[in-house]
Write a protein that binds this ligand. Structure first.
Ligand code: PAF
Length: 293
């Protein structure tokens, strides 16, 4: 039986808990409602540092009015149990007033990446993520922070944030964790009815078809059309976007590309009232590269 993690409810308790550890530290940031996908991040963190700090915080600044901030699942006791089983040393589970003791006058502008795809649908989302990531990195001072490849745009934004603002942390990433039916694990999957869950499988199927089209030499337009066709054929799936982007900048990839060009193939769709995202790394113009950066 592993020791229970120290649960820090505020920044003073966090500072005390961190002062009691020595050696290197890896941070895993979450909004709770932990599932196997989060635990893959924790396991990667374990391989990278002596101690793991997990933050559990439903960050208000990354939700727009009308989004699911209030409804977002909050399951702290169950989350802590899962983290205890993984041997996590410190859990930072603050209230919004601890992270934002005063409304911030200075914010972080993540630049052009925040205005496309997820940013087009959720214009304030990535700025809210950039702000909370900067603050929690500053509060926990880890050597490494681990993020999932499912939120590929977020991951690219975080890497750019750390590079451009010289944050003293390195970023590691973990491939998308999938259920046996191919659906990417997400805390929001719990909103899906049984029938919607069935429709949700179309997202990963569409990505597989798109990745195959790319590996057979398909142009960006053909890859997008093949991917979109799978989603369009599924009742109950309303496409938000299907896109190909440069993995480092998230600039749109289109037109003639050189064989072997890597790109993220990304989909976002509404299934019932639940908005789901998924992606895979593809190699355009022939070759295969399912997986992540
Ligand atoms: O990916 C998430 O769960 C959130 O965006 C994060 C990184 C924990 C910031 O609130």
């Amino acid at each position: 039986m592993r020791d229970a993690p120290v649960i820090a409810h505020n920044r003073q308790e966090l500072a005390d808990a961190l002062a009691a550890t020595s050696g290197t530290r890896a941070l895993v940031m979450t909004m709770g409602a932990l599932h196997e996908g989060h635990l893959t991040l924790v396991r990667r963190a374990r391989s990278l540092a002596d101690h793991i700090v997990v933050s559990i915080f439903v960050n208000p600044t990354q939700f727009a009015p009308g989004e699911d901030f209030d409804a977002y699942p909050r399951t702290l006791d169950a989350d802590v149990e899962k983290l205890a089983a993984e041997g996590v040393e410190v859990v930072y589970a603050p209230e919004p007033e601890d992270v934002y003791p005063v409304p911030p006058r200075i914010t972080v502008d993540p630049g052009p990446i925040a205005r496309v795809l997820e940013g087009a649908t959720r214009p304030t989302h990535l700025a809210g993520v950039a702000l909370v990531v900067t603050k929690v990195i500053n509060l926990t001072r880890p050597q490494v922070a681990v993020f999932g490849q499912k939120d590929a745009q977020q991951l690219t934004m975080v890497r750019t944030l750390v590079r451009d603002l010289d944050l003293p942390v390195s970023i590691a990433s973990v491939p998308i964790s999938r259920d046996t039916d191919g659906v990417a694990r997400s805390s929001r999957n719990r909103y899906l009815s049984e029938e919607e869950r069935h429709h949700a499988r179309a997202l990963s199927r569409a990505l597989q078809v798109g990745a195959r089209s790319a590996s057979l030499g398909g142009t960006p337009a053909a890859v997008l059309a093949d991917t979109r066709a799978v989603l369009a054929a599924e009742d109950g799936v309303e496409i938000d976007y299907v896109a190909l982007t440069d993995p480092d900048t998230f600039d749109c990839v289109e037109g003639d590309v050189r064989a072997g060009t890597p790109a993220f193939l990304l989909v976002a769709a509404r299934v019932g009232t639940t908005r789901l995202i998924d992606n895979t790394l593809v190699t355009l113009g022939g070759g295969s590269s399912r997986g992540g950066k």
